[in-house]
Each structure stands twice: as structure tokens, then as C-alpha cells.
Design a protein around this ligand. Structure first.
Ligand code: 13P
Length: 279
């Protein structure tokens, strides 16, 4: 059964750890994420971007695949199916209608009041169905699924406070220097601002762009108020890399499964490492 992120993130907030959101791309990754989370006895969030919605044949198809995979694999840890970066009200409403247990409304590109108004509307709708909502403020640099931002803009602490108190959103992605994709050099996170915002808003904070953050910085982020970390690119890099080497060595009449299983194992290794790091 799918659950919302609310209880898992509140538990993480009270006990000082973070839950991983791992972005899925295909059926292979659904299996890898669920099986690894079960093995680590860790709650988990499956992140679904707009690109994955198209690739995996729509929201309903993804929902049904995940629900059936949970059943088939006898998964009994808490699993949330979460729309990542829903940039319009309609995209978020469609995910709610398809049975997702969590959504992110990313109105960070909108004027503040517009972001707040749509977030508040979506929170009311989602909460009436037991679904959690994540909001975003500030700008995360880098590129994800065609959404490109060249500059980092830190979230404003007062706007964070107003957004959280006026919308009752479950968690907040306050941009504080993280970047989607591979970092050029060391990621520079605003830990002082992170701590101040966490103390002010008192809801779990979300770190986007989990790829390329050093282990030490990640531990510090979790200490300073991050209770959810999104990871995508790092799994992508390992999966593609392993596919390249197995495809090179294989024969054309080998089963396609033979090529994909080692790549799935490479993703599993990343997941294990991250789940241990997020505690
Ligand atoms: P990375 O791809 O940089 O790990 O970021 C993923 C992410 O933040 C998804 O929202």
C-alpha cells in the first residue's frame, strides 16, 4: 500500500535522519528501489518527474506498476509515490487523480503570492485525500528533464515562514545552493541559512540535487534540518556506465535481461550507500 510522506518525514524530523527520494525512470528502477528499501528496512519515496511520466506511459500506468510491484515483492516498509516538480496546478491534480500518495508543487518560477495561492489550493485538495504536498522556494540551479536554471537563488526565510504557515504544506524545498545533475566542483550548501529556516518553519526541509554532495556535507545537512534528500543523476550515471560495459561484452542474441540485471545491481549499490548515509 502507498502512504503519504507526512508520517515518514515527521518521524525523520523527530529522530534526526532523512528519507531518500529516488527518482525512477523505468520498471527496472522501480524493482531496484523497492527491493533495496525493503532490504534496508528503510521508508522510501519514489520520485516521478514529468519526463518519466511520458516515458512510463502516464501517471495511471506508473501508479499501477508501483502498487503491483509492492504486492509482488511483498514490500511492507512505508512507500510514497511522489510527483517530482509538478510545475502546474493541473499536473499536480492529475497525479492526485491517478492515485499518487504525494505531490510536489514547484511554483518557484512564479511570483511568491501566486506560488502560495496554488500551493494552498493543492494542500487543501491533497490533504482531504490523505496525500502529502511539498512546496519549493528559491532557485535550484542545473538541469533536470529539460528544466534548466543557470543561477542559484537562495530561498528567503520570511517567504518560507509565510508559505508554510499559510498553506500548511508538509515539507519545503528551500533552495540553498544545491544543483540538479552533476556538480561542477564541490557543491556549496548554505548550512547557516538551512539551520535558520528549519528552526523558523518547523517542517521537514528537502534537499534537491542529492548527487555530488559530499558525505560530510550530507551528514551536516541532515543535522541542520534536512529530512528528505532527492537523488537521481547518481543512479543514472552508474546504470548507464554498467550498461555500456555489459552491452559491449554481450552478444546480440543474449537476453536483454542479462544486460540489464548488472546495471540494476549498480543502482542498488548507490541506493544502499545513500540509505546508510541518510541514516
Ligand atoms: P540529482 O539528479 O542531482 O541527484 O537531483 C535529483 C533531484 O533533485 C530530483 O528532484
Amino acid at each position: 500500500m502507498l502512504v503519504s510522506m507526512k508520517d515518514m518525514l515527521q518521524h525523520a524530523l523527530k529522530n534526526g535522519y532523512a528519507v531518500g527520494q529516488f527518482n525512477i525512470n523505468n520498471l527496472e528502477w522501480v524493482g531496484a528501489v523497492l527491493s533495496t528499501a525493503q532490504q534496508c528496512r528503510s521508508p522510501v519515496i519514489l520520485g516521478v518527474s514529468g519526463g518519466t511520466v511520458k516515458h512510463m506511459l502516464g501517471l495511471k500506468c506508473i501508479h499501477d506498476i508501483v502498487v503491483n510491484a509492492i504486492d509482488y515483492l511483498h514490500i511492507d516498509i512505508p512507500v510514497a509515490l511522489h510527483l517530482d516538480h509538478g510545475t502546474t496546478q493541473e499536473a499536480c491534480e492529475a497525479a492526485i487523480a491517478a492515485g499518487f500518495s504525494s505531490i510536489m508543487f514547484d511554483g518557484s518560477h512564479l511570483p511568491f503570492r501566486e506560488n502560495l495561492t496554488i500551493t494552498r489550493h493543492l494542500v487543501a485538495l491533497a490533504h482531504s485525500k490523505g496525500i502529502s504536498v511539498q512546496a519549493e522556494l528559491g532557485t535550484i540551479a542545473g538541469s533536470e528533464d529539460g528544466i534548466v536554471n543557470s543561477e542559484v537563488i537562495y530561498a528567503d526565510p520570511e517567504e518560507c515562514y509565510t508559505l508554510v504557515t499559510e498553506t500548511q504544506v508538509d515539507c519545503l524545498a528551500a533552495a540553498l545552493g544545491s544543483t540538479h545533475g552533476l556538480y561542477k566542483g564541490k557543491a556549496r550548501l548554505g548550512f547557516t541559512e538551512m539551520k535558520a529556516i528549519a528552526e523558523r518553519v518547523k517542517v521537514p526541509l528537502v534537499l534537491h540535487g542529492g548527487t555530488g554532495v559530499s558525505d560530510d556535507d550530507m551528514r551536516l545537512a541532515v543535522t541542520e534540518g534536512i529530512n528528505k534528500v532527492n537523488v537521481g543523476t547518481e543512479m543514472n550515471v552508474q546504470w548507464v556506465d554498467r550498461c555500456k560495459s555489459t552491452f559491449e561484452k554481450g552478444k546480440v542474441n543474449d537476453s536483454v535481461r542479462k544486460f540489464l540485471i548488472p546495471a540494476n545491481q549498480a543502482v542498488t549499490a548507490v541506493l544502499m550507500e545513500k540509505m546508510a548515509l541518510f541514516k
